[in-house]
Design a protein around this ligand. Structure first.
Ligand code: PMP
Length: 428
């Protein structure tokens, strides 16, 4: 049993010594002290079904035995030296990751977080193209560093200071809220307009998530990426896919999110699920683009350290061996059909969307005006927590449930989640 400080003491220490801009998901906060696959345990030993996986980070399961075994073995052998010496772990890991990429995406940079990966991707794009302007999407999230803050498309994530120079936000190709429904090429016209109106006609990059995560699980409208990738390349730019949430089979139909739109990016960034909770992230690009940064040295103290590399390699193995992509498709299809049935019963559910185990459910006060049902969602989320299910939320107005559990989430877990949501909505 747990023997540490009480929840109240932890909250008091956090208030005094941690960032005052941290946020909690619940009115009555939950303290989590243990995790096992798709379950989390609080200080009293109470079990919760985890439908948010540490914000889509725990990919194959909390404390997955295979990943832990690999981390422990490497911990015993060698923890750290940096890339000034050769070490097999990082080299084999880079090869294994590159083997899973399409096209000529063969060069890997290891870093420590998604923000850092996107910073590096934008730097590579600018150096390679010798252009400056970067196109991003409204409603996007790519990180909290000084470099990536400017790419985000929510005021929530922007400090009141210059947002960097040369970031331009295109109309979001949002099938539920957007003016053009699921017609991707219609939204792409705005990118052409931005290139001609807001840039010198030449751009460095376009960056997007294929299904926006923080923005509330918003899949980009069909046919959007092929149209935009062409425009961006015609304007001298490269295309960056942020796979921080959508990678490693989570969307079920494909291993990488961008494959859902049939495109091959020039630069791919990864974080979160890549390490199942380890601080690990990567940028993968082509040898040609990588060469553009090679006139100067590159160094990152923890990037590709042996312990994280061993853990990352184990994640790749587990996703394959346990057929997690197929599992995400199967359980995700079942879950989405049950959520759609729930939407037929409750008017407050405006939209159910996403793919595999990356789903979103938007709550609205009125299906016509789509007015956000923010307080209602918070109430449902609190009740679900009390019934043992931890949900995620997102969207600018906090009125979208984000259901992105560890990929070992079962069909029975999915049924339990929907039954509890039904009960919680009934209580409104
Ligand atoms: N890209 C996406 C799509 C993300 O969801 C996040 C984190 N929520 C990031 C980048 C930034 O990752 P990190 O918090 O590791 O810097």
């Amino acid at each position: 049993p747990y023997k540490g400080p009480s929840k109240e003491d932890v909250l008091a220490m956090r208030k005094q010594h941690l960032s005052p801009s941290l946020f909690l998901h619940f009115k009555k906060p939950v303290m989590i002290v243990e995790g096992k696959m798709q379950y989390l345990f609080d200080e009293r030993g109470r079990r919760y079904l985890d439908a948010f996986a540490g914000i889509v980070t725990v990919s194959v399961g909390h404390c997955h035995p295979e990943v832990n075994k690999a981390i422990h073995a490497q911990n015993e052998l060698l923890q750290h030296t940096t890339t000034i010496y050769l070490n097999p772990q990082v080299a084999e890991y880079a090869k294994e990751l590159a083997d899973r990429m399409p096209g000529n995406l063969k060069v890997v940079y290891f870093v420590n977080s998604g923000s850092e990966a996107n910073d590096m991707a934008i730097m590579l794009a600018r150096l390679h193209t010798r252009n400056w302007d970067v196109l991003c999407l409204r409603n996007a999230y790519h990180g909290m560093s000084i470099g990536t803050m400017g790419t985000c498309g929510h005021h929530t994530w922007k400090q009141p200071m210059p947002q960097g120079f040369g970031y331009h936000h295109a109309l979001n190709p949002d099938p539920y809220h957007g003016a053009h429904g699921d017609n991707g090429p219609a939204y792409a016209a705005d990118v052409a307009d931005l290139i001609s109106a807001a840039t010198p006609g030449q751009v460095a990059a376009f960056i997007a998530e294929t299904i926006q995560g923080v923005g509330g699980t918003v899949p980009l409208a069909s046919g959007y990426l092929p149209a935009v990738y062409k425009m961006v390349r015609d304007a001298g730019g490269v295309c960056i896919a942020d796979e921080v949430q959508t990678g490693f089979g989570r969307t079920g139909s494909h291993y990488w999110g961008f494959q859902r739109q049939g495109v091959v990016p020039d630069i791919v960034t990864m974080a979160k699920g890549i390490g199942n909770g380890l601080p690990l992230a990567a940028v993968v690009t082509t040898p040609e683009i990588a060469a553009s940064m090679a006139s100067r040295l590159h160094f990152n103290t923890y990037g590709g350290n042996p312990v994280c590399s061993a853990g990352g390699r184990a994640v790749l193995r587990v996703v394959d061996q346990e057929k997690r992509q197929e599992h995400c498709k199967e359980v995700g299809d079942h879950l989405i059909s049950r959520l759609k049935a729930l939407a037929a019963k409750h008017d407050i559910i405006g939209d159910v969307r996403g793919a595999g185990l990356m789903l979103g459910l938007e709550m609205v006060k009125d299906r016509k005006t789509k007015e956000p049902a923010k307080a209602e969602l918070a109430a449902v989320m609190e009740t679900m927590k009390d019934e043992g299910v931890l949900m995620g939320k997102g969207g600018l107005h906090g009125n979208v449930f984000r259901i992105k559990p560890p990929m070992c989430f079962s069909r029975a877990d999915a049924d339990y989640l929907v039954d509890v949501m039904d009960l919680a909505i009934g209580k409104l």
